[in-house]
Every structure is written in C-alpha cells, then in structure tokens.
Ligand binder design. Structure first.
Ligand SMILES: C[S@@+](CC[C@H](N)C(=O)[O-])C[C@H]1O[C@@H](n2cnc3c(N)ncnc32)[C@H](O)[C@@H]1O
Length: 245
C-alpha cells in the first residue's frame, strides 16, 4: 500500500492512493487512537512550533482526526483533503467546533490565499520524499513569512515496524529521503512512539490495513502484547521572514 503511495508521488499524481483510510476508515480511526499513545509526537511538535492563537492548515487531513487537537488552541484550523468521502467525514467530525473548516483540495493545490496561514502540518500524507516538491512550494506560498511547515512521517529505521515496512517496500531508500529533505532545508527529528491498542483484534485489524497479508501475519506473531514501538521522523522548516540582503 505504501509502495503505491510513494510511486504516485514520484510520478506526480495529484492524489496519492491511501487504501488504509480510504477503504477502512473505521479501522484507521482505531489506528489513529492507538498511535502516539504517550503523546511524543505532539510534545515534539509543540517544541518546534507554537500554533496557539495562530492559523493552521492540516494537509491531507483524512477524516480530520488531528483537527480538534489543533483547534483547542489555534485561532483557525483548515483541514485540506482530496478524497471526497473523507472530506465529508472530517466535516462531520468538526461540526460544532468553532474556527475549524474542511476544504477539498490537495497538497499541490491548496485552496487558500497566499501568505494566509502560520503553520502547515501534514501527517503521513503526500510528503514522502522526492516528488513532493510541488507540495513544498505550495506550502511556502500559503505560509506567512516566518511561518512553519511540519511533516510527520513513519521512519523505517526503527524496529520492528520499520523492518515490516521494508519487506513491503524493498526499494524504499531512507538515506535518499533524508538527503532530499535536508537539501530542502528541513531539520529532522527522530521520534520514538508507542502504539497502544485496546485488544489484539484491534491490533490485528490495523496491521492488516497497513501491510501485505504475509507481513501482517508476521507482525502479529512478533507483537506479544497490546503495544509496539513505532518510529517517526518529524521534519520542520520555517519560511524566511524577509528578503536576505
Ligand atoms: C494515511 S492518510 C493520513 C490522514 C491524516 N493525516 C491522519 O493522520 O489521520 C493520508 C491522507 O492523504 C490524503 N492525500 C492523498 N493524496 C494527497 C495529496 N496530493 N495532497 C494531500 N493529501 C493527499 C489521502 O486522501 C489520505 O486522507
């Protein structure tokens, strides 16, 4: 599944296939609830960027799982999502929350004016490495000077999850992805998280939407309890505040 997504970004397709959340949104909700159980990613994001009282856009917001968290302190939050059923689900999730909207759009064509937001956030969406340059340029367009782009993605260097990913993604080149984002001016923070599930059935269901059948079976056998460590990279770069002289 991830292989198709990476290939789509490299080929410049407008929408990157995301079978996990497109076909199994309820299981993906279980996954989102299990992810980052101890809040490490949020802790790191909070140390990099202050979004309180600011305007935030979540690119590839899926069904809007992260929007309420931003909305708790931000001035305004916009979720942008290309898959129409997820746009509808995200709108239903945030209905009744002040200062939150969900727009149809993509990373390459954000439906927002120039210099209109302070923080662009994307989590496991579109920004996977080489090929995502149009989205990086678009994020720069909508950011105000001094604004921040933060990208959260899985890191295949961390075991055991990364080992399973590499079986399904034999051509994925971590060093190439790191070098790409470094060339684009990002800092890269490795974050170790824990995914914690309520039951083995939930764990199995999530592994099945993330991996090929064979790898999911192996992964389930290798996880003995209800939790597993999963590594991420959190990438960050600020838009310059003015012209360099
Ligand atoms: C794995 S899901 C993650 C969703 C959400 N960020 C989350 O963490 O719950 C990836 C999302 O990226 C969306 N997506 C696909 N192509 C995209 C593009 N070109 N620009 C922005 N988002 C895209 C998919 O429709 C899907 O909702």
């Amino acid at each position: 599944m991830v292989a198709r997504a990476l290939a789509a970004v490299r080929r410049g397709y407008d929408t990157v296939p995301s079978p996990n959340i497109w076909h199994w949104p309820e299981v993906y909700e279980t996954e989102n609830r299990a992810q980052d159980a101890d809040g490490e990613i949020w802790r790191v994001l909070g140390g990099l960027v202050d979004w309180s009282g600011r305007d935030v856009v979540d690119v590839g917001c899926g069904d809007g799982f992260h929007l309420p968290r931003f909305a708790a302190t931000a001035r305004h939050v916009t979720g942008v999502e290309p898959h129409p059923p997820l746009v509808r689900r995200a709108r239903a999730r945030v209905a009744g929350l002040d200062g939150v909207e969900v727009l149809a759009g993509s990373a390459q064509r954000l439906p927002l004016p120039d210099a209109s937001v302070d923080v662009v956030h994307a989590r496991t969406a579109y920004f996977f490495g080489p090929g995502c340059e149009p989205g990086l340029a678009e994020a720069d367009r909508v950011l105000r000077p001094g604004g921040s782009l933060v990208i959260v993605d899985l890191d295949v260097r961390h075991r055991p999850y990364g080992d399973w990913m590499r079986v399904d993604l034999p051509r994925y080149d971590t060093a190439e992805v790191d070098a790409f984002f470094a060339r684009q001016g990002f800092t890269n923070c490795a974050v170790q998280t824990v995914w914690r599930f309520a039951s083995r059935d939930d764990l199995a269901a999530v592994l099945r939407i993330e991996f090929s059948a064979k790898v999911a079976q192996r992964a389930l056998a290798e996880v003995t309890g209800l939790s597993l460590p999963v590594g991420y990279r959190v990438l960050h770069r600020d838009k310059p505040t003015g012209l360099l002289t």
